[in-house]
Design a protein around this ligand. Structure first.
Ligand code: GDD
Length: 402
């Protein structure tokens, strides 16, 4: 392990996943930090999201596992990071009913292991843990802000609430700059295929390819298409995370806050009455799964109609009822109750006013462009279309002004 002395060091877990890899891209571009990506020692590794980062000498992988405190201790003791960004998790809500213990172990006890390592080896390190709008569960009002009560509907939600409490305890007991943001859904072409957005874009791209080859195809099978989610692009969220980690430290004197500086380093013992804040990151729009599917199908060139209701509801090609012989199958999407969850979070809509006003954060990529960008990518990956042209700054769907 090559550990430089003169640069800020960032340790990121979950580095090969969507959020971790975007965090690496972001930090390589916007900072001069040295980045250590923590990965488990697996025989089957997929680092495709990190391919470009490997060309940068400021990025390296280290081995560690959230389920093993010794390995975390070793890594933290050796690197003594200035920032520790924990993006590793059992992040699929749907699996958390089948794997409740593993979910709790990684998402809650894993966080405890990180906090203990920080307390022991680098108490001045700034710690970020990935929190979730799933903690709000059966929501009481909309839009949901930082004050919304925590009312989990899944073992996943419960594990993130447990982690939030641990982060709070370590912040208050030991003066560690430890926070857990509240992130609403965030997607991209790096999203895992078990999540609904990528499942839809991959599935529709597969169908386009089958039709091109004049082959029959299976529909995309979904659960509850009426769940409402507040979706953003993951790229926008890593910027929000970094801003949350770099709040200026304030000193409270007679109830008035005075800035002490933004540098991390040996100032955590001065936190006193001041605490770093935990912010909601969200687009402020909510859409059904069905709306997402409609944008994707249109962008892929389909004309379609919906038939049936409830578990019989289907998206079919518009000329389905006229029986066209060229196309061998007609159903693009259908409901399969096996994807219904034992308990659903029906409505998520985030209020990120505080992050926008206090951190200067603002998402750049709209829901519409997120969905279009993802299907364009998957059409390309399926070999249906040429590679989408990336805009100068970041992504084919990016709306930022650069
Ligand atoms: N995965 C999946 N598969 N979800 C489906 C399907 C399906 O076939 N059909 C309908 N859905 C519905 C789910 O029931 C849920 O209401 C919604 O689509 C979104 O599901 P996911 O994409 O799996 O995401 P999530 O909202 O459960 O959780 C994501 O967002 C959280 C933040 O709110 C994950 O990224 C979590 O890790 C994250 O914390």
């Amino acid at each position: 392990m090559n550990i430089p002395l003169n640069k800020k060091k960032v340790l990121i877990t979950g580095v090969s996943g969507q959020d971790g890899s975007y965090m690496v891209d972001y930090l390589l571009e916007k900072t001069d930090c040295e980045i250590f990506g923590m990965v488990r020692r697996l025989s089957n590794t997929n680092y495709s999201n990190l391919e470009e980062s490997f060309n940068n000498s400021r990025f390296q992988l280290v081995t560690g596992d959230l389920s093993d405190s010794q390995s975390i201790n070793k890594v933290v003791e050796k690197i003594k990071p200035d920032y520790f960004i924990n993006l590793a998790a059992q992040s699929f809500v749907g699996s958390s009913w089948d794997l409740p213990e593993q979910t709790m172990d990684i998402n809650a006890i894993g966080v405890l292991r990180c906090l203990e390592a920080i307390k022991r080896y680098c108490p001045n390190c700034r710690f970020y843990n990935a929190g979730s709008s799933e903690e709000f569960g059966d929501t009481q009002y909309k839009p949901q802000d930082e004050k919304h009560p925590l009312r989990a509907r899944s073992p996943y939600g419960a594990s993130k609430i447990a982690a939030r409490q641990l982060v709070k305890v370590y912040r208050e007991s030991f003066g560690i700059y430890a926070i857990q943001g509240i992130l609403f859904n965030h997607e991209s072409e790096r999203r895992g295929e078990e999540f609904v957005t990528r499942k839809i874009t991959k599935g529709i791209a597969r169908i386009v390819k089958a039709i091109q080859n004049k082959e029959a195809f299976e529909p995309v099978r979904l659960g509850n298409m009426y769940a409402l989610r507040d979706w953003s692009h993951a790229k926008d969220f890593v910027d929000g995370i970094w801003r949350m980690l770099n709040q200026p430290i304030m000193q409270v004197t007679d109830g008035v806050e005075h800035p002490l500086g933004t540098l991390c380093g040996s100032i955590n013992h001065l936190l006193g009455d001041w605490e770093p804040k935990e912010y909601v990151l969200a687009s402020g729009e909510t859409h059904t799964v069905k709306e997402f599917a409609e944008i994707v199908a249109k962008e892929a060139g389909f004309e379609f109609t919906w038939v049936g209701a409830g578990s019989e509801e289907k998206m079919v090609l518009a000329n389905y009822l006229n029986d066209i012989s060229e196309v061998k199958s007609q159903v693009l999407i259908e409901v399969d109750p096996k994807y219904y969850r034992p308990a659903e979070v029906s409505l998520l809509l985030g209020d990120s006013t505080a992050a926008r006003n206090e951190l200067g954060w603002k998402p750049q990529i709209s829901f519409d462009n997120l969905a279009k960008g993802m299907i364009k990518w998957d059409l390309y990956e399926s070999g249906v279309t040429p590679q989408p042209t990336e805009s100068a700054c970041c992504h084919s769907s990016c709306e930022c002004s650069k």
